[in-house]
Write a protein that binds this ligand. Structure first.
Ligand SMILES: *[C@@H]1O[C@H](CO)[C@@H](O)[C@H](O)[C@H]1NC(C)=O
Ligand SMILES: *[C@@H]1O[C@H](CO)[C@@H](O)[C@H](O)[C@H]1NC(C)=O
Ligand SMILES: *[C@@H]1O[C@H](CO)[C@@H](O)[C@H](O)[C@H]1NC(C)=O
Ligand SMILES: *[C@@H]1O[C@H](CO)[C@@H](O)[C@H](O)[C@H]1NC(C)=O
Ligand SMILES: *[C@@H]1O[C@H](CO)[C@@H](O)[C@H](O)[C@H]1NC(C)=O
Ligand SMILES: *[C@@H]1O[C@H](CO)[C@@H](O)[C@H](O)[C@H]1NC(C)=O
Ligand SMILES: *[C@@H]1O[C@H](CO)[C@@H](O)[C@H](O)[C@H]1NC(C)=O
Ligand SMILES: *[C@@H]1O[C@H](CO)[C@@H](O)[C@H](O)[C@H]1NC(C)=O
Ligand SMILES: *[C@@H]1O[C@H](CO)[C@@H](O)[C@H](O)[C@H]1NC(C)=O
Ligand SMILES: *[C@@H]1O[C@H](CO)[C@@H](O)[C@H](O)[C@H]1NC(C)=O
Ligand SMILES: *[C@@H]1O[C@H](CO)[C@@H](O)[C@H](O)[C@H]1NC(C)=O
Ligand SMILES: *[C@@H]1O[C@H](CO)[C@@H](O)[C@H](O)[C@H]1NC(C)=O
Length: 468
């Protein structure tokens, strides 16, 4: 998220960050045990329907890390031993900057112009991978480390610091929780409660109840965001390495994608270190390197191809960006576009220049997807309830600059107010309301325009200086 000089400066000026990265300590006695360091004790085991067989795998597990150079990851002995067991994808790309839009993209097939880490929510007429999975009765879940309770919607969560007792620490952030940002998930109780914490993970794992699609977000120290390669490697050794031998997690039909949200340096293309792991990978491919051009949209198209799903009709169906993992493409009879590291790859580092409903300086309302697109699964484009299919990118008004009109952010920065503190939905009514561009009535009273911290402000100032 910050390039090294920015990071160095942020550390030098002093901030919430410690002067040196803390040493890893396990947050729980073991990866499969509950811990008081995770606030909400597990209340139940997740319920999944019957297994739905895929063409190449029956379970897909996403694990997203943060802020580590490709070469740094490749130089770690822990990553090296993982590389030997999987497929190294050396042309895998994030889709923009900073973090949040990449997480939004991997769930909904677009980042809707977002170029911030601010509070965002996306209206319920916008579909996600969850709609596609549920249409085929494929179970799904997400595990967010240090989220205090299932379905938690606020911007972050600060709790007792388990690494440095006597202080507090923000381990959980909403911007790394892709599905909670979508109202079609977060405003539907049965769906929101499938976004769980790591005490739930331990319980679900021990009950052999890990869903068929799952998204795992480690906390801000374990994912490397606030720490370094040694810390992240120690976490992988504690958490992922033993899980690879646990058949409740990884069996002969599991695919695990270990990747990073974005590159650190905005001025180069957005390459991220990525490893495919798991028992479903053909034995002959283990320990090999795949040079195919992949993006976070490939994560959607690979799942679509595997289960012959429908599509979202967004960038998940863009043939330039949606190459399917080679062995899955083969199993599904899908032909990739031929882009590899030796060919000209599109630039994936554009930031703040893409118009969309989450871009305050180039604002357009949420438009319908391309309803006649065909993705790698071959099924229909999912039409969410409340979607005006006639309101397309072609019929949308020209982008407007909300900042120039004195608005501090997009209407979707306003917290819609629902949450699940007791396992049932609650509403916190916003104080006032106004009419947002696009004719939507939106509340403005409870504006949660989060700023990541002092560090981001420093980054902005230095970034501006660097441009001079
Ligand atoms: C960003 O991309 C460059 C060029 O491919 C690479 O050297 C660097 O390690 C990457 N950084 C991250 C965080 O992956
Ligand atoms: C999903 O499950 C429901 C309820 O059991 C069933 O009615 C429906 O036909 C199933 N759909 C698919 C695509 O299997
Ligand atoms: C279990 O339920 C209680 C309240 O009923 C809640 O405080 C706690 O956070 C829940 N645990 C999880 C992991 O959601
Ligand atoms: C940590 O947060 C709690 C709850 O907000 C607060 O009562 C406590 O004073 C904080 N502790 C420190 C060391 O800041
Ligand atoms: C959330 O769902 C409720 C119905 O349960 C609905 O009244 C409300 O408008 C929805 N809010 C948003 C922001 O979609
Ligand atoms: C996992 O299993 C392999 C052999 O199947 C073994 O070599 C390795 O030590 C095991 N790792 C752990 C962490 O149990
Ligand atoms: C994106 O990266 C390319 C080089 O790979 C660079 O020329 C371009 O300026 C970068 N774009 C931005 C917005 O930094
Ligand atoms: C598909 O992706 C390419 C590369 O980013 C982009 O230039 C093109 O506009 C995209 N197509 C659509 C329909 O969005
Ligand atoms: C989706 O819903 C939002 C909020 O109601 C609205 O602003 C937007 O125009 C809708 N877009 C489509 C394509 O239905
Ligand atoms: C939007 O307006 C702001 C404030 O007037 C200005 O600084 C910015 O350059 C404008 N951006 C675009 C893309 O027009
Ligand atoms: C949630 O609501 C249902 C029905 O409205 C009720 O039966 C249940 O007890 C409630 N659960 C909690 C934890 O409040
Ligand atoms: C957490 O959220 C609060 C409220 O939005 C904000 O003031 C604070 O800066 C956030 N902290 C972090 C570390 O994200």
């Amino acid at each position: 998220m910050l390039s090294s000089p920015l990071l160095a400066l942020a550390l030098a000026v002093g901030s919430a960050w410690a002067a040196t990265a803390p040493t890893f300590a396990p947050p729980a006695p073991a990866y499969n045990q509950q811990s008081p360091n995770y606030i909400g004790k597990n209340n139940n085991t997740i319920t999944n329907g019957p297994l739905v067989s895929g063409r190449s795998f029956d379970r897909f597990i996403n694990i997203w890390l943060e802020n580590t150079d490709y070469a740094t990851a490749a130089s770690s002995s822990v990553f090296q031993s993982l590389i030997a067991q999987g497929v190294l994808m050396d042309n895998f790309y994030g889709v923009t900057h900073p973090s949040e839009p990449n997480y939004i993209a991997v769930a909904g097939g677009d980042f809707f112009g977002d170029a911030s880490d601010n509070f965002r929510h996306i209206p319920s007429n916008i579909s996600t991978i969850v709609d596609l999975l549920e249409a085929k009765n494929i179970s799904w879940s997400s595990y967010q480390e240090n989220m205090p309770y299932a379905g938690y919607t606020p911007y972050n969560y600060t709790q007792a610091n388990y690494l440095t007792p006597g202080s507090n620490y923000t381990y959980y952030v909403r911007k790394h929780n892709p599905l909670i940002i979508y109202d079609s998930v977060a405003n539907v109780t049965e769906r929101a409660l499938r976004i769980r914490n790591f005490n739930d993970f331990a319980a679900d794992l021990n009950a052999s109840a890990i869903s068929q699609w799952t998204f795992i977000t480690p906390n801000l120290v374990n994912d490397g965001h606030d720490t370094d390669i040694n810390f992240m490697s120690a976490w992988l050794t504690y958490f992922l390495v033993p899980l690879l031998n646990n058949t409740a997690f990884n069996d002969g039909r599991t695919l695990i994608l270990l990747t990073f949200d974005e590159n650190e340096t905005y001025t180069i293309n957005n390459q991220v270190f990525t490893l495919a792991l798991g028992g479903s990978i053909p034995a002959a491919l283990r320990g090999t390197t795949d040079h195919t051009f992949y993006t976070h949209y490939s994560t959607l198209s690979t799942v679509q191809a595997n289960w012959a799903l429908g599509s979202l009709g967004r960038q998940d169906t863009n043939k330039t960006l949606n190459n399917v993992f080679t062995w899955v493409a083969e199993a599904a009879g899908w032909t990739n576009n031929g882009l590899t590291g030796n060919t000209s790859i599109p630039l994936m580092n554009a930031t703040a220049t893409i118009p969309g409903p989450l871009n305050p300086v180039l604002y357009v309302p949420f438009t319908a997807p391309n309803t006649s697109a065909v993705g790698a699964g071959g099924g229909p484009v999912f039409i969410a309830s409340g979607l005006n299919t006639a309101f397309t990118a072609a019929s949308a008004p020209a982008p407007i600059n909300l900042t120039a009109q004195g608005q501090s952010d997009v209407p979707w920065a306003v917290d819609p107010g629902f949450d699940y503190p007791t396992g049932n939905k609650t509403f916190a009514a916003p104080a006032t309301s106004s009419t947002a561009p696009g004719g939507t009535s939106a509340a403005v009273g409870g504006l949660r325009v989060g700023v990541e911290s002092v560090v981001v402000l420093v980054g902005v100032v230095v970034g501006a200086v660097m441009l001079l």
